[in-house]
Ligand binder design. Structure first.
Ligand code: SF4
Ligand code: SF4
Length: 291
């Protein structure tokens, strides 16, 4: 069974993808998973060549057959989500975005005019990259179910790793503590929480740590841009010590990081980013020890 190393952060923009792509460069024998379904951007730096693509089914949505519908209005009155309305032609129609798939209207319709139809909410891909195989999702605009999509791409990564005997799975998780993060953390062997030295960073770190604890997953902390506020960095270190979370490392602020990303380079790989190489190597080796 392959081991799963996940990188998460309390919010976007803390350097999670910078670290994950750099780890993808350093780590051998792994499958890479972009589990940030709502803002999947790791692939930009990984330069994947898609070799397999599949549609992802989301929740079903009610669909009314206007030829059968007798316009009794039962369904519209029953729908708690206001998903059923009457269009300009006087027909009963369902708003896909508002429909919650509860099927109440289908059960209640006296003439069986309502069916539940499949809705595709995204796609997932298996790709080759210069850094190994990558499994990555794309959620359609406005689509929900990113948690299920994350579960699915992780599951696919495990199937590939079993088939090919690949020992590690490296996951770029979603920010925050919502449904996609829960799906990302579930089943992980070790979670790296990336934070930054701001009041929000500390607050978010505490929330993510609590979430990881509830899944009984081992965690480690990385402080990104630690030198922007040394006092807050110390506060994070103290918190990590009190909670017995290993501090994996601290990455200094360097304008080279956004420059490398703009040039579509992994920060660790970029020649201009010498300042972050050693800290990232240390983070990598500590994380692998604890995995
Ligand atoms: S319950 Fe059935 S028949 Fe009545 S308005 Fe809705 S779809 Fe039409
Ligand atoms: S399935 Fe439920 S949420 Fe969707 S339209 Fe019917 S009653 Fe409303």
């Amino acid at each position: 069974m392959s081991k799963e190393l996940v990188v998460v952060s309390g919010k976007g923009g803390t350097g999670k993808t910078t670290l994950t792509t750099s780890l993808a460069y350093l780590m051998k024998d792994k499958i890479i998973v972009d589990a940030d379904a709502e803002a999947a951007n790791m692939y930009i730096l990984m330069k994947p060549e898609v070799r397999h693509k599949e549609l992802f089914k989301g929740n079903k949505t009610a669909e009314i057959d206007t030829d059968v519908c007798t316009k009794c209005d039962i369904c519209r009155k029953l729908c708690r989500f206001d998903a059923i309305s009457i269009d300009e032609n006087g027909n009963y129609v369902v708003d896909d975005i508002k429909c919650d798939s509860c099927e109440l209207c289908k059960i209640a319709c006296p003439v069986n005019a309502i069916e539940m139809k499949d809705v595709y909410s995204g796609e997932w891909y298996e790709s080759d990259t210069p850094y190994g195989i990558m499994v990555h999702p794309k959620l359609y605009p406005g689509a929900e179910n990113s948690g299920n999509l994350v579960t699915m791409v992780k599951h696919k990564a495990h199937i590939i790793s079993e088939e090919k005997g690949i020992p590690y799975i490296l996951v770029d998780g979603s920010p925050g503590i919502g449904c996609p993060v829960i799906s990302t953390i579930s089943g992980a062997d070790f979670v790296i929480i990336v934070t930054e030295p701001t009041p929000a960073g500390i607050h978010d770190l505490k929330r993510v740590k609590k979430l990881c604890d509830s899944f009984k997953v081992k965690t480690g902390v990385v402080i990104n841009k630690f030198d922007l506020n040394e006092d807050k960095s110390k506060e994070i270190e103290k918190f990590a010590e009190s909670e017995k979370i290993p501090l994996l490392g601290k990455i200094p602020f360097d304008k080279c990081v956004p420059k490398a990303i703009v040039n579509l380079q992994i920060p660790y790989e970029a020649a201009i980013c010498g300042s972050i190489k050693k800290p990232i190597e240390e983070i990598y080796s500590k994380a692998m020890e604890l995995l």
